[in-house]
Design a protein around this ligand. Sequence first.
Ligand SMILES: [Zn+2]
Length: 44
Amino acid sequence: MSYTCFYCRKEVPDELRGKKIRCPYCGNKVLIKERGVTTKVSAR
Ligand SMILES: [Zn+2]
């Protein structure tokens, strides 16, 4: 499960995030959980 920064939209992996919920790139504390969004394509 990786997080995405709400502001800079970069992926923040667990090892970079550490114990602090914080974006290492821009330093904001708003991270959103990345969902595994799969688009359904009906193959016929
Ligand atoms: Zn950020």
